[in-house]
Write a protein that binds this ligand. Structure first.
Ligand SMILES: [Zn+2]
Length: 424
């Protein structure tokens, strides 16, 4: 240190100060504003530190600002997926669940890679709803991302989730004489439900998830009525206990009495919901309940994958429910269930939403504005506006004209840091 002349040291300190408040100017050829539905042209976005400072066509680029030229691309806010599983991988969907076949350490490593794949696909925020027996690995990954140890989206996580003996996330076909670890929290009494909520919150979850109906194979084979697993009173107990700690509840619910119980009990969102009838959808509109449809997880990624009879019957019902929900004005929050299929491929959900009749701009709104409300971050993310986090992505082609452009994300910035695309 003593060998560095005093003036040089001062200059170095000044340079570090300038760099830490570095202004970046992004030149956007096209800029989608999901709030107004307008596609603006030739915009400049100024980013200072983690946040957006200014946006407009007449914004002057300050001297010394780093310039990122996206004038050939379409720029939009970072995408938000309301239903993911970073600790689940496609190979885990086989007969034997990962809690039996993999160590938590290995699953965590896979989760780190999954988080990165999601970020690079344009998803800057995820609501991750069940680590499926990986304990609190989701919390560890969230914290590691927040501390800058690994790259990844901003995560809202649920840890393991509440279910009943014999319900979803409870292993079946197991020798009853041997003890096996369970992927879900078996809460067969009201005391157990309250204790599970408190335990999860104590260790750092952002939300609570409950399995209000069973798995698809437990649907009635004739009527497809899902298995109802909790009463309205029981779910109300979970919602009120979570609320005491200022946490929301997401309910896995395909439809039927289980879904109705969850809606009436005041959950924040219904997950999957392919059998929601008009009465339930209207109740959701009245109560402001969000719906994460997860259309694509029931549709194989390639045509060679066999589809069982139950799923074949679910797909058209799901489409019909999606179209009725749109008409009735349900808050449809983009949610994919990715993890059950390949991480980084979630944009296929947009394509399906548009195929089922949603306008591309509404599908984008669903994955930005609506999901930002779902995670109560609407003042911080979801649009490109001064004061919000600089979560900004760019696509080759304009997704408002061609929704498949969202499969071609070329640039990702999260909180002012570039994670994909044009680097210095
Ligand atoms: Zn899921």
């Amino acid at each position: 240190m003593s060998r560095i002349p005093f003036l040089t040291a001062i200059l170095l300190i000044a340079l570090i100060a300038i760099c830490s408040s570095q202004t970046t100017a992004i030149k956007a050829g096209k800029l989608i504003d999901p709030a107004s539905g307008v596609v603006l042209t030739n915009q400049v976005i100024l980013v200072e530190g983690q946040r957006i400072k200014a946006v407009g066509s007449n914004v002057a680029i300050p001297k010394g600002a780093a310039v990122i030229d996206l004038s050939r691309y379409t720029v939009l806010p970072g995408l938000i997926d309301g239903h993911t599983h970073i600790l689940l991988q496609p190979e885990d969907e086989g007969e034997i669940p990962p809690i039996i076949t993999k160590s938590q350490a290995f699953r965590t490593v896979q989760g780190v890679a999954a988080a990165r794949a999601e970020l690079e696909a344009g998803f800057t925020t995820l609501r991750d709803v069940d680590s499926e027996g990986a304990g609190f690995a989701d919390i560890a990954i969230r914290d590691a991302i927040n501390q800058g140890i690994i790259p990844g989206p901003r995560l809202f996580v649920s840890g393991d989730c509440l279910t009943i003996t014999g319900g979803h996330m409870n292993l079946v076909g197991i020798n009853p004489d041997i003890q096996v670890p369970e992927p879900g929290l078996l809460t067969d009494s009201r005391d157990a439900m309250i204790a599970a909520v408190r335990r999860n919150i104590k260790y750092g979850v952002d939300l609570v998830k409950i399995y209000a109906t069973g798995r698809t194979s437990q649907n009635d084979p004739v009527t497809l009525e899902p298995l109802c697993t909790f009463s309205e009173e029981e779910i109300r107990l979970v919602v009120s206990e979570a609320k005491r700690w200022r946490k929301d509840v997401a309910a896995h619910a395909y439809g039927g009495q289980g879904a109705k119980n969850a809606i009436l009990a005041g959950v924040r969102s219904i997950e999957h919901g392919m059998f929601l009838d008009d009465e339930m959808l209207k109740l959701m509109v009245e109560r402001g309940t969000f719906w994460c449809p997860t259309l694509c997880v029931y549709i194989p990624e390639d045509e060679k994958t066999p589809v069982n009879d139950m799923i074949k019957r679910i797909i058209p019902r799901h489409k019909d429910t999606f179209q009725r929900a749109m008409k009735l004005g349900v808050k449809i929050a983009f949610g994919t269930d990715v993890g059950a299929y390949t991480h980084g491929h979630s944009a296929r959900e947009f394509v399906k939403m548009v195929e089922y009749g949603m306008k591309p701009i509404d599908a984008i709104r669903s994955a930005t504005i609506t999901t930002s409300e779902l995670v109560r971050m609407e003042k911080e993310i979801g649009t490109i506006e001064p004061g919000k986090y600089a979560d900004i992505i760019a696509t080759e082609g304009n997704p408002v004209d061609d929704i498949k452009a969202l499969t071609r994300v070329v640039f990702v910035m999260k909180e002012g840091k570039v994670h994909k695309g044009l680097r210095d």
